[in-house]
Design a protein around this ligand. Structure first.
Ligand code: PLP
Length: 369
């Protein structure tokens, strides 16, 4: 049995420190925001190489507040991708704006910058690229287009903690960057959590207000806000994990390199990060035909493979009223039909990786016969 993810193995490694951190929050009764959360905000801002961070209660809340802080609202359009988790689209709709999809690039699997300008209308307010699987979108051309048209850029970095593009960290290039600390993410809390990072001082105060009922002071509500505050316990757990995030990220990259080596002789499509990018491999996905049968066979042999994501957002029933159809985004739809995610987490051993590849080759061979 090789699971897709093993959060219990990670807990065993850091158990004494995490248990103590949680106990100290309980003892202090600082359950919401508080000193652990503030300390985490400072550390995470430094990690992302930005000046400000505001902690919230999920990645989805982070996206929602980033859009509101940037002034996005009803009547506006936000250009994003359909090859993502639904939260990206949902947050745009929460803000009252309309999501406008563009296709992804067949090599990087992220927003294709060549398609953005054709999607811009007088209503376009923002561009929201997604750093899918932990590889950053091509930010230079995206920023150039945004500056030319006066658009805000919000990075969905929910899968990309510590990823880099030309030496700059995920979340630090756009006007705002949004992170999720859902337990399974590369930096995971022990419950729901998220954060927004930015270098723009003009937006920070608004983020602070919006996440806490729009309160400038207790019972002084200057904006209609939300209850999007981070728990003290999540801040404490994340502070422990900040000491490990770089070594865990390097472990993920080493596992990905091992997969790359073992799969080099196979026919599968593999991630191809450009030389100027640091991919942090939240997901290690390959592309292959007959994917569904191979996945079933892998699961039967105890390999916890998965798909990220099998149905793109524009073909989800919940978002049918956006008016998109099958065939609208050929690269996205091809990837959705061929993507297969292999187990990847820092505790995975080289023997585990070899076993996954052996089982994968066996399953693909049976499928090819
Ligand atoms: C996980 C994720 C989100 C949402 O984060 P939550 O913390 O689960 O709300 C948004 N976008 C992407 C790309 C994600 O992977």
């Amino acid at each position: 049995m090789i699971p897709f993810l093993d959060l219990k193995a990670q807990y065993q490694q850091i158990k004494p420190r995490v248990d103590e951190a949680i106990a100290s929050v309980v003892a202090s009764a600082q359950f919401v925001l508080g000193p652990e959360v503030t300390r985490f905000e400072d550390r995470f801002a430094a990690y992302c190489k930005v000046s400000h961070c505001r902690a919230v209660n999920s990645g989805t809340s982070a996206l929602h507040l980033a859009l509101l802080a940037a002034g996005v609202g009803p009547g506006d359009e936000v250009i994003t991708v359909s090859m993502t988790f639904v939260a990206t689209t949902a947050a745009i709709l929460y803000s009252g704006a309309r999501p406008v999809f563009v296709d992804v690039d067949p090599v990087t699997w992220t927003m294709d910058p060549a398609l953005i300008e054709a999607a811009i209308t007088p209503r376009t307010k923002a561009i929201l690229p997604v750093h899918l699987h932990g590889l950053m979108a091509e930010m230079d051309p995206i920023m150039a287009i945004a500056r030319r048209h006066g658009l805000v850029v919000i990075e969905d970095a929910a899968q990309a903690h510590g990823a880099e593009y030309r030496g700059r960290r995920a979340g630090s290039i756009g006007d705002l960057g949004c992170f999720s600390f859902y337990p399974g993410k590369n930096l995971g809390a022990y419950g729901e959590a998220g954060a927004i990072v930015t270098d723009r001082p003009d937006l920070v105060h608004k983020l602070s207000l919006l996440r806490d009922w729009g309160q400038a002071a207790k019972y002084d509500h200057v904006l209609p806000g939300y209850n999007y505050r981070m728990d003290g316990i999540q801040g404490a757990v994340l502070n422990v994990k900040m000491d490990y995030i770089e070594s865990w990220t390097e472990a993920r990259r080493a596992i990905a390199a091992h997969y790359d080596r073992l799969l080099a002789k196979c026919e599968f499509a593999r991630p191809q990060p450009p030389a100027h990018s640091r991919h942090v491999y939240h997901v290690y996905a390959i592309g292959l035909s007959g994917r569904d049968e191979v996945l079933r066979s892998l699961q039967k042999s105890g390999i916890g493979a998965g798909i990220h994501y099998p149905v793109p957002v524009h073909l989800q029933k919940a978002y049918a009223n956006l008016g998109y159809h099958a065939g609208d985004f050929p690269v996205t739809e091809h990837l959705a039909g061929t993507f297969l995610s292999l187990p990847i987490y820092p505790e995975l051993t080289p023997e585990n990786v070899a076993e996954v590849v052996t089982q994968l080759e066996r399953a693909a061979l049976v499928e090819a016969v």
